[in-house]
Design a protein around this ligand. Structure first.
Ligand code: SF4
Length: 475
């Protein structure tokens, strides 16, 4: 169904990859720096919009309605694109998507391609296909450009190189550009800009993604903060948009609501620096711009998700807030998840797209703390979806004997409050005793994973949560 991951990472090897990530001090340093910024900026943006909760409810409803009538909206979108001189291609799976783009490049005699950030492009393995066919591909988003030089995949859906420190990027540029190492971020940005400017001018085809597709006008909407999307789309003669069918919304008005929650949730901005609208090839009156315009609409399992109990996952507008607030992502980074989509949204999407047997650990790579669901701008009940996937695993026998019996035992205790309460109180006391004066547990027989990479804080005095709740204490 989907392209193989070009690196050795795979969702099946999550545990191994997570263990490796936990031992990578540089990665932890880079993740800590970036995460704090994302969380604080979102909190500030949301605080400045008292109706944010209502806005997210409206956004969720818009996406649900759009998914309900997705086929009608796609038809309308397609007829509008065609009416304006563009072409629409339907790709049932990753291979069809790759072939559609390759055919466009071949038929136009293209040699050089520039490409804006596209998670669907990553999903279908587009770069590998283009390079395999002898095309020179240049990623134009700064983060994507960095990881392209490093030969890696993105580790975050809006900040692909979030796992890299400034020092690592400086080394990488020096190695590939033959320039001296730079100490300042602005110098590194300038250096990348001067390299990329040349590539824009040389490109035969420009490929971008799309955040939304507006059915009423046939417009592909793209948000960026670097302006690279505009240059990628408008300088070559051919512009190809590759995107998922789930991006379609009926009107501009609804798109505006989604844009409002997207930017605030992703980068804490009211609106991204660039919001670009592409509606067909350049008209004669434009004087310049691509004369050839194509949209590749990729299914790759999306219709099956829409028709399942996991439909709400297709509301996702790829803001990244769930991973920015996830303690698991914060500890292991995106590569540990082994595929294109990391963090909580990836822990749901990856098993749905690749199969539960291909990503057995992802639904369990979660503490069910609920933060992802509470920050999602389209109110996707991520913890519920993860729980449902766990149920499917359990019912389908895709769990170890130890897990199965452990769950049964836990269920038997949790259903009997007269047994659960004293056992929980005893557990809290034992943990307190094990932590001693340090207040932290470093060894936990039978549950070593909880303390393998960090110390577990012991419960503070006052007994179990239930006991404190009964006493009227509230967080
Ligand atoms: S699941 Fe929600 S929070 Fe996560 S990326 Fe998608 S829209 Fe954003």
């Amino acid at each position: 169904m989907t392209a193989p991951n070009p690196t050795a990472a795979h969702p099946r090897r999550f545990r191994l990859q997570a263990r490796g990530a936990l031992q990578d001090a540089r990665l932890r340093q880079a993740l800590d720096r970036a995460r704090g910024g994302f969380v604080a900026k979102r909190a500030h943006a949301v605080a400045g919009r008292p109706d944010f909760e209502a806005l997210t409810a409206a956004a969720a409803q818009i996406k649900d309605d759009a998914l309900e009538r997705m086929e009608d909206h796609l038809q309308r979108f397609e007829s509008q694109v065609i009416a304006r001189g563009g072409h629409v291609h339907h790709a049932a799976d990753a291979q069809a998507a790759r072939e559609a783009v390759l055919e466009i490049c071949r038929s136009r005699g293209a040699h050089r391609v520039t490409k804006g950030k596209s998670m669907v492009g990553e999903e279908v393995g587009l770069n590998q296909a283009l390079e395999g066919a002898g095309l020179e591909v240049t990623e134009t988003d700064l983060g994507e450009y960095i990881i392209q030089l490093a030969g890696e995949t993105p580790s975050h859906i809006i900040a692909p190189a979030v796992h890299k420190t400034r020092e690592q990027i400086s080394e990488l540029f020096a190695q590939h550009h033959g320039t001296p190492p730079r100490g300042e971020v602005a110098e590194l940005v300038d250096e990348a800009r001067s390299v990329l400017r040349e590539r824009y001018l040389q490109a035969d085809v420009g490929i971008t993604g799309a955040n939304f597709l507006v059915a009423e006008t046939g417009t592909a909407v793209l948000v960026t903060n670097e302006g690279n999307g505009d240059l990628t789309a408008s300088l070559p003669n051919v512009h190809v948009v590759i995107t998922g069918i789930d991006k379609v919304v009926p009107t501009f008005q609804e798109t505006c609501t989604l844009l409002r929650v997207l930017a605030r949730s992703a980068t804490g901005q009211e609106l991204t620096s660039y919001t670009s609208f592409f509606t067909g090839p350049a008209a004669e009156a434009d004087g310049e711009g691509p004369t050839d315009y194509h949209v590749i609409l990729v299914d790759n399992g999306r219709r099956a998700i829409r028709d399942s109990e996991f439909r709400s996952m297709l509301r996702c507008i790829r803001c990244g807030a769930c991973m920015n607030h996830c303690p698991v992502y914060a500890s292991v980074g995106g590569h540990a998840y082994g595929w294109v989509y990391p963090g909580p949204m990836g822990s749901v999407l990856t098993p749905l797209m690749l199969g539960l047997d291909q990503a057995p650990d992802l639904p369990r790579a979660c503490t069910l703390n609920g933060r992802c669901g509470s920050v999602c701008p389209v109110q996707i009940p991520l913890p519920d979806l993860l729980r449902r996937l766990r149920e499917r695993q359990y019912e389908g026998g895709i769990v170890s004997v130890r897990y199965r019996w452990g769950t049964r035992l836990w269920g038997a205790v949790a259903r009997r409050p007269w047994l659960y309460r004293p056992l929980a109180a005893l557990g809290a006391r034992l943990l307190g005793w094990a932590g001693g004066a340090r207040g932290r547990v470093r060894r936990l027989p039978g549950a070593g994973g909880w303390v393998a990479a960090r110390d577990l804080p012991t419960p503070t005095c006052g007994g179990t949560f239930m006991a404190r709740w009964r006493r009227g204490e509230r967080p």
